[in-house]
Design a protein around this ligand. Structure first.
Ligand code: KG4
Ligand code: ZN
Length: 324
């Protein structure tokens, strides 16, 4: 079975081919055009997806050494994400599926992230706790079994990646801000400013980053501290906040394996601090942590193989939530 997956939920245009639960070819194009705007511009993102999809699709098919007619299913992210971006991918996917006369499978982007760890760790057995940390999401999930998930906590306002990005903007750094803050923080003093660890002591597994971001804005406006110290202290507060709830979930649910995915999983300070936890922490390769079509094609094939999907059902795009 060969599944062609398409991912266009935000500013990554991805196409991948999966066969027998192995990715045989894939390409992810990060749209650099947004850098100059300091964040993703939705309308621009949709147009970029439309521009890139045909070429990337041709490329992955050629690299896998197959022809269009060898493909059995088309899979596409239908949410959550930016509406226009999703619709660009869905329109392209629908065209392909109708032209080839093969079924079209809708894939939930978050469910794909949760399962992406299996691409490289096929023998990993649930349960595990998954911390999904990206520009759009900060969520804690328990993966209990195959297609069995429970959301136990999430951010009540900004995502942690957004906190990095908005903090970076205030510090006049480039977008995306996470890697920029990380770089600036290397020579900074992480203990210089005692930024809050929001919701640290509350009983839930929820997160909150908007107050922390406001603290940073106030701190920069005071003009007392050096930017490198602000960056290091701010990064430390975000990382601590993430780890406190993650560790609490691992302990309280008595689960020994934690997974981290999403763009913020690249953060070295986060990785260093996670080494101190008692649990085993798995990081999918960065290409699977960030948005990619590999996870879309993979999850679609996994669902078909396990009779977990009705490919005749009609579907639409949705901007928020987990509709599985
Ligand atoms: O998963 P991702 O590539 O895209 C989505 O948001 O879906 O995540 C992007 C986010 C951005 O907010 C970016 O600033 C953050 O991940 N990020 C980082 C690092 N690399 C990327 N945050 C902290 N440290 C990093 N090294
Ligand atoms: Zn994502």
């Amino acid at each position: 079975m060969i599944v062609l997956g398409i991912e266009t939920s935000c500013d990554e245009t991805g196409v991948a081919l999966c066969s027998d639960l192995k990715v045989i070819s894939s390409y992810t194009k990060t749209q650099s055009i947004h850098e100059k705007y300091g964040g993703v511009v939705p309308e621009v993102a949709s147009r970029e997806h439309e521009k890139f999809l045909p070429g990337i699709t041709k490329k992955v098919i050629k690299e896998a050494n197959i022809s269009l007619n060898d493909i059995d299913y088309i899979a596409v992210t239908n949410g959550p994400g930016l509406m226009g971006s999703l619709l660009s991918g869905i329109s392209f996917a629908k065209g392909l599926s109708q032209g080839l006369g093969i079924p079209l499978i809708p894939v939930n982007h978050l469910e794909a992230h949760l399962n992406s760890v299996f691409i490289e760790h096929q023998n990993l057995k649930p349960p595990f706790i998954n911390l999904l940390v990206s520009g759009g999401h900060t969520q804690l999930w328990i993966v209990k079994g195959l297609f069995d998930y429970e959301l136990i906590g999430e951010t009540l306002d900004d995502a942690c990646g957004e906190a990095f990005d908005k903090g970076a903007k205030k510090l006049k750094l480039k977008y995306p801000g996470g890697p920029e803050i990380e770089k600036l923080a290397i020579n900074g003093d992480k203990n210089k400013i005692n930024f809050p660890r929001p919701l640290k002591d509350d009983k839930t597994y929820n997160y909150s980053f908007s107050g922390l971001k406001t603290s940073l804005i106030n701190c920069v406006d005071k003009d007392i501290y050096e930017n490198k110290d602000i960056a290091a202290s701010y990064q430390e507060a975000i990382v601590d906040s993430l780890i406190i709830k993650f560790n609490k979930a691992l302990k309280n649910y008595n689960i020994n394996t934690g997974i981290i995915c999403g763009g913020v999983a690249a953060n070295k300070r986060l990785r260093d601090k996670l080494k101190k936890l008692d649990s085993e922490i798995i990081y999918p390769s960065m290409k699977y942590c960030t948005d990619n079509a590999d996870m879309i094609a993979y999850l679609a094939e996994l669902k078909v193989k396990n009779n977990n999907i009705d490919v005749t059902k009609n579907f639409t795009a949705y901007s928020r939530g987990m509709v599985v």
